[in-house]
Write a protein that binds this ligand. Structure first.
Ligand code: UT7
Length: 337
């Protein structure tokens, strides 16, 4: 048996609070650091992002994931009870135990599903799509819910102006189903790679079993993310472009055949540099980083959701997703929409 998977519904959700660059500049000065709106805009393209209100159950990771999932199910015309598998991509779960997939399952009442969390940082959603489509391909399940959510604000070191300016919170989801007609509307191919040798470019040192949290470590922000922005920038541009060209070539397409490129929304300069390298005009690239910041596993599904709902992405078009994240992880997924 070799079935194909197709995306039949997408959805997204964000917390209420909008945080501007000025809000961050005003805040960071308390730590003896300096930044300003212009620097952040010029270097990242980001103008604002949404940040979850801590302690508000409506803005927990799983609550945002629930809103996005219900919208995706509605678009697909499916009920929670139709879902057989939940793949929940996140690096900022509600709790260590149980998995956020279980919190979501309980919230939406997907009582017939099984599910698990998948941590590939910002590449989580494309890893999730790839894993989900394998289960559909073998005929093992017909309906998978793939969710990409991060409350990155819980991992951000708010005293580090190099990284805290970049991130936001958000949630995106997609319903994957078995394609009845294998000629259109399907996931065509994927290309994935992790490079654990580059773990130190982007990591959270404490909080796992390797280095359990102590008060001292908290004071040193060791339970927060540490990032080598310059190096990630270079690796991201090179690899995203390389993956895009290789997956197209493998499937006998050129960049001219591509209707939409939906890259990880990390930084406008990274997105533009990749677009220049692969020679795709920016009007065929989906971007929401200016309003959302880098929402990690949620960047691609939220951008996809916007472009589907405002009718930019249309049935029959060729769409390429391209992700990179901590690990380092990379992934591209090619879709005939
Ligand atoms: O999902 C993956 C997540 N991570 C990323 O995507 C990170 C990718 N990297 C980046 O986005 C960029 O490297 C940054 C935006 C983080 C930094 O941009 P950059 O062009 O690499 O800046 P830089 O590190 O070369 O810094 C330029 C200058 C430095 O001053 P000097 O040494 O030239 O005097 C920094 O000290 O800007 C200074 N600087 C800042 N100034 C104002 C660094 N951060 C800030 C800031 N505000 N927030």
């Amino acid at each position: 048996m070799d079935f194909k998977a197709k995306i039949t519904g997408v959805g997204s959700a964000f917390p209420k609070t909008k945080v501007t660059n000025k809000d961050i500049s005003d805040f960071i000065v308390e730590y003896g650091e300096h930044t300003d709106d212009q620097w952040i805009r010029d270097r990242t393209g980001i103008i604002s992002r949404r940040i979850s209100e801590k302690g508000n159950p409506d803005e927990y990771n799983s609550a945002l994931g629930t809103k996005a999932s219900l919208l995706a199910l509605e678009m697909a015309g499916k009920k929670a009870m139709d879902v057989e598998l939940i793949i929940y991509a996140t690096a900022s779960p509600d709790t260590q135990l149980p998995s956020t997939a279980c919190w979501l399952q309980n919230n939406i009442g997907a009582d017939l599903a099984w599910g698990f969390d998948l941590n590939a940082a910002c590449s989580g959603f494309v890893y999730g799509l790839t894993v989900g489509s394998q289960f559909i391909q073998t005929g093992s399940v017909r309906t998978v819910l793939v969710v990409g959510v991060d409350v990155v604000s819980s991992l951000v070191n708010w005293t580090d102006r190099n990284s805290c300016i970049l991130f936001g919170d958000g949630a995106g989801a997609a319903v994957l189903e078995r394609a009845d007609d294998n000629t259109s509307g399907k996931i065509i191919d994927y290309r994935m790679l992790s490079n654990g040798k580059q773990w130190s470019l982007f990591h959270v040192e404490a909080g796992g079993s390797k280095l359990q949290i102590t008060n001292d470590l908290i004071l040193q922000n060791k339970n927060k993310m540490s990032m080598n922005g310059k190096e990630i920038f270079k690796v991201a541009v090179r690899t995203l472009a390389d993956f895009a060209l290789k997956i197209l070539e493998k499937n006998n397409y050129t960049i001219d055949d591509l209707d939409w490129f939906v890259p990880h929304q990390a930084n406008m300069r990274i997105i533009e540099a990749v677009a220049r390298r692969i020679k795709i005009p920016m009007d065929r690239v989906v971007v929401n980083v200016e309003r959302c910041g880098n929402t990690s596993a949620a960047t691609i599904p939220t951008a996809l959701d916007e472009a589907v709902r405002d009718n930019r992405i249309k049935k029959g078009q060729l769409v390429l997703l391209g992700a990179f994240g901590a690990g380092i992880t990379f992934g591209s997924v090619l879709i005939r929409w």
